[in-house]
Design a protein around this ligand. Sequence first.
Ligand code: SER
Length: 612
Amino acid sequence: MTAEELRRCYVGFFTERGHKEIASASLLPENDPTVLFTTAGMHPLVPYLLGEKHPLGTRLTDVQKCVRTCDIEEVGDDSHLTFFEMLGNWSLGDYFKEESISMSFDFLTKVLQIPMERLAVTAFEGDERVRKDVETAEIWRRKGLREDQIFYYGTDENWWGPVGQTGPCGPDTEIFYDFGKKKCSDTCGPACHCGKYVEIWNNVFMEYKKEADGSLTELTQKNVDTGMGFERILTINQSKTNVYDTELFIPVMTVLSEILSENETNMTMRDKRILCEHTRATCFILGDDKHIAPSNTEQGYIVRRLIRRMIRILKKAGLPNDTLIKLAEIIILQYQEVYEEIGQNGPFILEQMKNESELFSKTLDAGLKKAERYLMERTVQAEDVQKKGEQQKKEQRSELKILSGALAFKLYDTYGFPIEFTCELAEEKGCLVDLEGFQACFLEHQEKSRQGSEAKFKGGLADHSVQTARLHTATHLLHAALRQVLGEQVQQRGSNITAERLRFDFSHPVKVTKDELARVEDLVNSAIAKKRDVIMTEMTVEEAKEKGAIGLFENKYAEKVKVYEIPDFSMEICGGPHAGNTGELTGFQIIKEEASSSGVRRIKAVLRERSE
Ligand code: SER
């Protein structure tokens, strides 16, 4: 099957079984303070897994764009990617284990015709909180799997979620493809990384919610959340051994090989793969409608890190920086058919890549020289000590091979070297970097320059607390007020809410004046004072458009969407949750207005407690 045939075949299989197709959500989560990217298809569905009613019903399916930066170091092997597509199907309190496993089994063995002997599956072994999932193993047995194809694992392998501190979670059953190689040892199984098994699908039985105190409570509904790695299943379906040999990467890999031979140079296979993979991830992050540009924080930092890593690879091979543009053009052409935004935002993608490459090239040479000098000094000192042949100095030798946090920070601050990039350089010279020392310098610097950091590389999903719901309603009021004061051309570019504050990004070419900000604040506070009900209605996308609702009309497949209305003030397509009445909000106050990226402004605002 071609890639697009496989996407359609998956979605078709589930829509035939009563699922409604939803569109891929943005790669940049809405109203979610604690994750940088959408890392799984379930992210945009958290409220519904927790019990809110979804306008399309209880069975959903989609192909979701995802980014997982935790796998960045593995990129270059056969299967790990930073950007990937996830095929997913969900039961929101509808079917459970039996039906979910049956559908997955049928899709793999009947539709994709994977021989049953090629599958291996896992089930939850149980822990002090939740009992062993013998039921799942029994269902697999009934499907015809042999005992040696079924494995039990504990919480580390067979429990999924929540993404952060709180949220929906549960035991899962993972489905692996067995490449048929010999077991590497007696204990070799799906959890082993020898390459015999690759995980293709994860079916999570989400019947619990993890609370802030760490305890588990049973959800009111038993859900199923599944996710299948699209690139991996395509690799298997196209009878390849690695994702780069599939049609998804062949065009970009081919162009790279041509550029290498034109320039009479070469690079390792791993570097080639990293270049192509990172180009694709960069195109998808920059190509998201929210127009994230490279920067030193949050998603902008990740994209900066990817581009800078690629520039160094090009430099090592003696290739010009515009190689990146040539590779990106291939990706844009290839993916714009499936993801329109990649084509629409093509010029932005290329411009940002070019700017970032030029910016980094200016300091790269000087920075590399400096880094080499620092690392050389360490290696030479260490060798000197070793030459003296004193056994007790061995320890001292390894201490010497550590690059201090202060120097790593200097490379970051002066030459723009992301810390991970410095770690890679150090590793090549057999040195380590004092990461704690780096962190300390980084924090000290931040303190000095009073740039409160909101970087968050770990954490969980939004807590959906009363306070975040209120701030969410305040965000709708702010959005409407901005359009009243600045004009209807104002469009949301991003929203991020914590329990303490809201942050709203919107399109506007110039700084918002003090006077305009004051008018916006007054409008929001007067809407609060009017104690208006926040009314949710389900309607078709067409009806919502006709009524003048604003918001992302991104759900092109949805028959019905939720529209939140604050009468005479705001009407937005939105998943919720919200306050019931604007009177629950108090003291709206804008605390900052600043540039976010070119043509995009950012407002941070809070709801102050009423002083009684
Ligand atoms: N949420 C699960 C995962 O990401 C299944 O989709 O693996």
